[in-house]
Design a binder for this molecule. Structure first.
Ligand code: PMP
Length: 774
């Protein structure tokens, strides 16, 4: 247990074990009462229901001394304070000992206890009632009346370090690993994040003594259906006033006495008596969610270390998990509703105003998902939105070794603090990076040109190819994507540009091919026909091929995984026509296929030029072109070449760190392992739905085809799944291919088996929802 947890009270449920006979003796000796006794539940104190001979009922509390001395004193003083403030408050009255003291002393087998005797409040626990809106309102009213009366009450024990005080939630976060269900763990982590954001703001809020434990067992209800008692001041703390209704709201939800939409009644009742300010309401949601998370974490801890104590929380923890999910989904709506009811306005706009974005970036600036996401932080395979919610990233390949990998971030930070200049000065880092990259390449790829993006790398490759061959034509796959510069946009017909006369396209191989497919003579003939037709098209327009550009994963074309034999034929014909082969590794490079470090190796290709981008800097903008030294040097001699930022020391540091992490964390093997598991689970899922088709690709670049008789229906279903995953499951994927009907799964490489399971479960749930028509 960490230091921050040591001394945290009530993590373990440990009431003193005092028997009924000892309690009866205590009542007699300390209070002069002959009573009959039955035990009452208690988390930290030992409580008895005691009935005297005259029929008068009491609660006898036995409090273990040691850690709780101050707390015992506080509990009796607060009752005295409340009685003085407002005698009509529905709280227990304190009865003095025969010596006129508030606390009695009891010694049993050398252990010392404090006792106090309280009036027994008639009424049933709220938990035994069917809740109604008026009753929930009354809960709010009573809590608020007690808070008003608590103003001005101070005691040293109000600073007690209680595990249940939601402000301690961050120190419980190490118990997240005890939570079995990944989805619950994620929600709890999200609640911790939200609280982390709210904590600094709590300091500026009104603070005072609060009861702090308005749960359904502590609230009593009369026969007339009104709240007639609030008991147990053992969790009293000095804290933000708004924490009081927050705890009561959370407790109503986790005891099954309210649904999220019913919380308003409690809040309204509270506000009738005790106003809250706008800043209070801004943090209310985070506090309610934090109390839920606290219950889940304490339960998880007790299941390991205090099974008896856990049992008392089983039901609440089981309800807390789905309730927390719902709360997190409703954050904005609830906060706005609560503000409206209180006549206040949120202090800060939680959402980015889309109108502003359109004004500043143009309304056509691409956004993912029907409900665009506002992502503020990334870590590993997770992205976090402005509300602190975690989204599983199954889409982004730029954070190749995981979002914000500390080794890459550290390398960038360290170098940026020392020097960031360009390659016209001598610097070792860029050489070291080039050496490491080239070590991974076949020997004929000997030198690098560093640029800043995949588009630039392809732009340079295109120039190199034209220069080397003296030709002006290009061959690409249908629907290829190679970048955005003026020159390479012609190699990217899918991006809206018309086909250029200089460019001819090849049809993709059959989707059923995989890398191990044995090609028969007809298949080879088909491959030859594809390339011959494309060459003929070029020739008819007066062009010979300078290069065949191939995204080795054929991602935008629809994700294909053809065997080397298919490309053998094509590459041979390209070379026969005097063209070069350019392997665009922007998607597949650095081990994404799981089987090889480079995609071209999986394809059995020996490229003349390799282009790199996206993943190589893990988010730092970088691109690279790799070719023979002869080609690069003759190009440099003829044209000169310099990219201001390409290969700068910070970029080279980022690139080096990425290569090191891939090696150190065996990420290529992980792509193979997780990719295989993901494929198998997707295939099993597809076998259950006739409109889920083939799984394409390999490693951690997979496509799942959505089929339908009409292409537009397949595309719509794919979009529905992508959007449902983002908004309901918080799992991020995309769709791909000429028909937009292929789910594109392309996560950061640390994606583990459990993440693959989450992803497939989410797709399965979305597919089932589509079939159910919801
Ligand atoms: N080539 C391929 C295969 C790509 O997928 C991309 C980007 N999607 C590019 C080139 C262009 O890279 P960038 O966006 O970094 O310019």
């Amino acid at each position: 247990m960490s230091d921050s947890l040591a001394g945290l009270l009530a993590l373990r449920s440990a009431p003193p074990t005092v028997g009924a006979a000892d309690a009866e003796r205590a009542a007699r000796e300390i209070y002069g009462l002959i009573v009959s006794i039955r035990p009452l539940p208690g988390e930290r104190d030992c409580n008895f229901h005691a009935v005297a001979a005259d029929g008068q009922a009491y609660v006898l509390k036995v409090i273990a001394l040691g850690t709780a001395e101050a707390s015992a004193d506080c509990q009796v003083r607060v009752l005295r304070h409340l009685a003085q403030q407002d005698a009509s408050l529905p709280v227990p009255r304190l009865h003095a000992t025969v010596q006129g003291r508030d606390l009695g002393e009891l010694t049993l087998e050398d252990k010392s206890y404090a006792t106090c005797l309280l009036s027994y409040l008639a009424g049933d626990a709220l938990s035994a009632h069917t809740p109604t809106a008026p009753l929930r309102r009354d809960v709010g009213r009573v809590m608020a009346r007690i808070d008003r009366a608590l103003q001005g009450f101070f005691h040293a024990a109000l600073g007690q370090r209680l595990a249940w005080d939601v402000r301690r939630l961050p120190s419980l976060s190490e118990f997240c690993s005890y939570i079995d269900a990944v989805s619950v763990r994620r929600s709890v982590q999200c609640a911790i994040e939200l609280l982390g954001e709210a904590l600094p703001r709590l300091h500026g809020l009104r603070c005072q003594a609060i009861h702090g434990d308005g749960h359904a067992g502590n609230l009593l209800v009369s026969g007339a259906g009104t709240v007639c008692g609030l008991v147990d001041f053992g969790d009293i703390i000095h804290g933000p006033l708004v924490l009081e209704p927050a705890v009561a709201m959370s407790e109503l939800l986790t005891s099954g006495l309210a649904e999220t939409q019913d919380l308003l009644a409690l809040r309204e009742g509270y506000l009738e008596v005790q106003p809250l300010e706008s800043a209070d309401i801004d943090v209310l949601h985070a506090l309610v969610a934090a109390r839920h998370a606290t219950a889940i974490l304490i339960h998880a801890w007790r299941r390991r270390h205090d099974p008896d104590g856990a049992r008392a929380l089983d039901a609440a923890a089981a309800r807390a998990a789905p309730s927390l999910d719902h709360l997190l989904d409703m954050r904005e709506a609830l906060t706005l509703e609560w503000h409206r009811a209180a006549g206040t306005a949120p202090a800060r706009a939680a959402f980015i105003d889309l109108g502003r974005r359109h004004r500043l970036l143009g309304a056509g600036a691409d956004l993912f998902y029907d409900r665009p996401l506002h992502i503020v932080r990334g870590e590993g395979v997770w992205l976090y939105d402005a509300d602190g919610r975690a989204h599983l990233d199954a889409y982004n390949n730029v954070p190749h070794v995981g979002h914000c990998h500390p080794a890459v971030v550290g390398a960038i930070q360290r170098q940026a603090a020392v020097l960031s200049t360009h390659t016209r000065y001598l610097h070792d880092r860029v050489l070291e990076y080039a050496e490491r990259l080239l070590e991974k390449c076949p020997p004929h790829l000997e030198a690098c040109i560093f640029v800043n993006s995949g588009s630039e790398a392809n732009d340079v490759a295109w120039r190199l190819a034209k220069f080397a061959t003296g030709h002006g034509g290009a061959l690409i796959m249908a629907h290829a994507y190679h970048g955005i510069t003026d020159a390479v946009s012609v190699l990217t017909p899918g991006a809206g540009q018309t086909y250029d006369d200089r460019v001819a396209t090849l049809s993709p191989p059959p989707a059923s091919f995989n890398v191990a497919t044995q090609l028969g003579a007809p298949d080879r003939a088909a491959a030859v026909r594809t390339i011959d037709e494309a060459l003929a098209v070029l020739e008819a327009r007066g062009f010979a091929p300078a290069a065949f550009f191939l995204d080795t994963a054929m991602t935008s074309s629809g994700i294909y995984d053809p065997p080397p034999a298919w490309l053998d034929e094509i590459a041979a014909r390209v070379r026969g026509a005097g063209g070069l082969v350019v392997a665009d590794e922007v998607q597949y490079g650095l081990g994404r296929s799981g089987s090889h470090f480079w995609g071209f190796e999986r394809r059995g290709l020996t490229p003349d030029i390799v282009t790199l981008g996206k993943p190589i800097g893990n988010g730092y903008p970088m691109g690279a072109v790799i070719a023979s030294r002869h080609l690069i040097e003759s190009f440099q001699r003829k044209f000169g070449f310099f990219s201001t930022f390409g290969g700068n020391p910070v970029a080279a540091s980022a690139g080096l760190a990425v290569l090191q992490v891939i090696e150190r964390e065996s990420l290529v093997a992980n792509a193979a392992r997780t990719g295989l598991h993901l494929r198998q689970r997707l295939e099993a899922l597809a076998s259950k739905h006739d409109w889920l088709g083939a799984v394409r690709g390999s490693g951690l670049l997979l496509g799942l085809e959505i089929t339908a008789e009409e292409g537009s229906v397949a595309k719509r279903r794919a979009r529905q799944i992508v959007n449902a995953l983002a908004s309901r499951a918080r799992v991020l994927i995309g769709s791909e291919g000429p028909g937009g009907n292929i789910l594109k799964l392309r996560p950061p490489l640390p994606f583990a088996l459990e993440h693959a399971d989450l992803l497939v479960d989410a797709i399965g749930a979305a597919a089932a929802a589509i079939e159910a028509g919801s």
